[in-house]
Design a protein around this ligand. Structure first.
Ligand SMILES: [Zn+2]
Ligand SMILES: [Zn+2]
Length: 482
C-alpha cells in the first residue's frame, strides 16, 4: 500500500475541532511514519494495517477527552467499523500492544497475558494513534477482528463499548439470585444492561438467573431500559428511589463524579466502576487511572485470610505476593510470614519495583491508611502514568484508616464494600454473543439516536452531550485520500 494523505479534524485541548493534513507513510512490514501538516508526529514499528473507516461511535470518553492525560491535538474516535482493500469488514480493538502488533519482543505485560495493559501501547483514537473520526486508520494487525455476517454495521459499531460492558459483567460474576443494578444507563450503561440481559438469558436456560435493574434519572429512559432487557427499571430520586444497599452489585456508568457516591449507597457487596471522566470523585484524584489499570479497592482482611484467597493464594505456587505497605501501622505477623512486604514512600517502592526482572515490575497489592494513600498507590510518581501495583491488582484499606469524608472509602472500611473496575473487553466473545442472540443483534437500532457525516464533528459532539441523544455515530460519507 503506498503512502496516503488526507484531511481530518483534530480534537483540540480547547474542545474545538481543527482541520489538519495527515500523511501515513510506510507499510505493514516496515512500520509507518505519521505526519501532521508536514511534521512527523508519530513513528510506528511493524504490525499496523491501513484500513478505511466506515463508521465510528461517539462515546463518553471522547466527550471527556480533554480531561485525559494524553497529548492533544489528535484525531480521536475509537469505536470503529472499517474495511480493508478487499472490502472485508473489521472492528478494531484499541490497544496497540506488542501482542496486538504481532511483534516478538520481550514485554512482561504481554507475556503475562495482559496486552491491554502493555506499557508500550498507543491507543487508537485516545493515545497518539489517529482515530476513527478521520477517514483512515492504522490498526494493529491482530486487533482487526472480522465482523460476522449476522452482525449488521449498526451493531458492529457498538462492539467496543459492548465488549467493555460484557467484560465488566464477567468481572462482577453475578451469582444466581443476586440483584445487579446499572446506574445511569445511557451510552455505555444501556449496553451494560444489554450484556447483563444476554448473560442472564444464557443463565436462565440452565435453570439459574439474576435480576437486572436499571437506575435512571430521566423517566424517558425507563422504557428503553426495559427494551434492553432490564427486569426492573426505576428512578434514582423521588418516591420510587431505591433504599440504601438494595442491590448486591451496582455498575456505575454515569460518567459523572457524583455517580460513584450514589452507587456506593445502593450497593451491598460491590460497586463496579466503568466511568472514565478524568475528574476527582469521592475524595480521590485518580479514579480514572484506577479504571484504566482495572484496579480494585477492598478492605484489608480483619483476620488472617485463608490460603486460597487472592492474592495470598500465590503462596501455593511458591511465589510470595509483593505487598507495598504504605500505612503507618506495623504490618501483622501473618503478612510478614506470607508476603514480601515493601515499606517506604510509594515513589521509593515504585523505584524499587522498576528493577524487578522476574514478572511484572509492580507490587501485587498496596495497603493504605488514607485517601491519599489510595491515590499514591494508583499514581506514585508525578508525571508518570504507572501504578504502584500491577494491572487488576488490589488496594487494601486498613480497618483503622482515616479516610476523611470519602463515602466510598468509608463503605470499604466500615462494611467491606469492594470497588472493582474494568476497561476494554475482548471483541471475539462480544461478537459471538451479538451474532447468537437476535435481540442483541438489533441493539444498534435501539441505541443510536443520531447520525452525522465526518465533517460535522462539532455538531455531533454538541448533540452527543445533550439529553436527547443517547448514541451518536459518525460515518465517512465522502471519498477522501490520495
Ligand atoms: Zn468508547
Ligand atoms: Zn507489550
Amino acid at each position: 500500500m503506498p503512502s496516503i494523505a488526507f484531511d481530518a479534524l483534530d480534537y483540540c485541548a480547547d474542545q474545538t475541532f481543527a482541520k489538519a493534513r495527515y500523511r501515513y507513510d510506510g507499510d505493514e512490514v516496515r512500520g509507518y511514519v505519521v505526519e501532521r501538516d508536514g511534521k512527523e508526529i508519530l513513528r510506528l514499528g511493524p504490525g499496523f494495517r491501513l484500513l478505511r473507516v466506515q463508521h465510528c461511535g461517539v462515546c463518553s470518553t471522547d466527550l471527556a477527552r480533554h480531561f485525559l492525560p494524553f497529548p492533544l491535538p489528535q484525531v480521536i474516535g475509537h469505536e470503529v467499523v472499517a474495511k480493508d482493500a478487499d472490502g472485508v469488514r473489521y472492528v478494531v480493538e484499541i490497544n496497540a500492544s506488542h501482542a496486538a502488533r504481532g511483534v516478538a519482543q520481550d514485554c512482561p505485560f504481554c507475556a503475562a497475558g495482559l496486552p491491554t495493559h502493555c506499557p508500550q501501547r498507543v491507543t487508537l483514537g485516545i493515545h497518539d494513534l489517529p482515530g476513527g473520526f478521520g477517514p483512515w486508520i492504522l490498526a494493529p494487525v491482530h486487533a482487526c477482528i472480522r465482523v460476522p455476517d449476522a452482525v449488521p454495521d449498526s451493531a458492529a459499531v457498538l462492539v467496543e463499548p459492548f465488549a467493555a460492558a460484557l467484560h465488566g459483567v464477567r468481572t462482577i460474576a453475578p451469582k444466581d439470585g443476586e440483584r445487579i443494578a446499572v446506574l445511569g444507563p445511557r451510552r455505555l450503561g444501556m449496553l451494560a444492561v444489554a450484556a447483563l440481559a444476554g448473560v442472564r438469558r444464557e443463565r436462565v436456560r440452565v435453570g439459574g438467573g439474576f435480576d437486572v435493574a436499571a437506575l435512571v434519572r430521566d423517566p424517558a429512559l425507563l422504557p428503553l431500559a426495559r427494551e434492553f432487557g432490564a427486569t426492573e427499571a426505576r428512578l434514582t430520586t423521588g418516591a420510587d428511589a431505591p433504599s440504601p444497599q438494595s442491590y448486591d452489585v451496582v455498575i456505575d456508568t454515569t460518567g459523572n463524579p457524583d455517580g460513584l457516591d450514589l452507587a456506593v449507597s445502593f450497593a451491598r457487596r460491590e460497586v463496579h466502576l466503568k466511568s472514565t471522566h478524568g475528574r476527582p470523585a469521592s475524595s480521590l484524584r485518580h479514579l480514572t487511572e484506577l479504571v484504566v489499570d482495572e484496579l480494585a479497592i477492598a478492605r484489608f482482611p480483619l483476620t488472617e485470610p485463608a490460603h486460597n484467597d487472592a492474592p495470598w493464594d500465590r503462596l501455593r505456587t511458591g511465589a510470595r505476593p509483593r505487598v507495598a505497605w504504605l500505612a503507618a501501622a506495623e504490618p501483622p505477623a501473618w503478612l510478614l510470614a506470607r508476603a514480601e512486604v515493601m515499606r517506604g514512600s510509594a515513589a521509593s517502592i515504585a523505584a524499587r519495583c522498576d528493577a524487578i526482572r522476574d514478572g511484572l515490575p509492580r507490587a501485587d497489592v498496596a495497603v493504605v491508611d488514607s485517601a491519599a494513600g489510595v491515590d499514591q498507590a494508583i499514581r506514585p510518581r508525578e508525571g508518570r502514568e504507572e501504578a504502584l501495583i500491577r494491572p487488576r491488582g488490589d488496594i487494601l484499606v486498613l480497618p483503622s484508616a482515616d479516610v476523611g469524608n470519602s463515602p466510598l472509602l468509608c463503605a470499604v472500611r466500615d462494611r467491606g464494600l469492594r470497588l472493582s473496575s474494568s476497561r476494554c473487553g475482548e471483541f471475539e466473545p462480544a461478537l459471538q454473543l451479538l451474532a447468537s442472540d437476535p435481540d442483541l443483534a438489533r441493539i444498534g437500532d435501539k441505541l443510536v439516536t443520531h447520525r452525522f457525516g465526518a465533517n460535522e464533528l462539532q455538531a455531533a459532539f454538541a448533540v452527543a452531550k445533550s439529553r436527547e441523544c443517547i448514541k451518536a455515530v459518525v460515518s465517512q460519507t465522502t471519498e477522501e485520500g490520495s
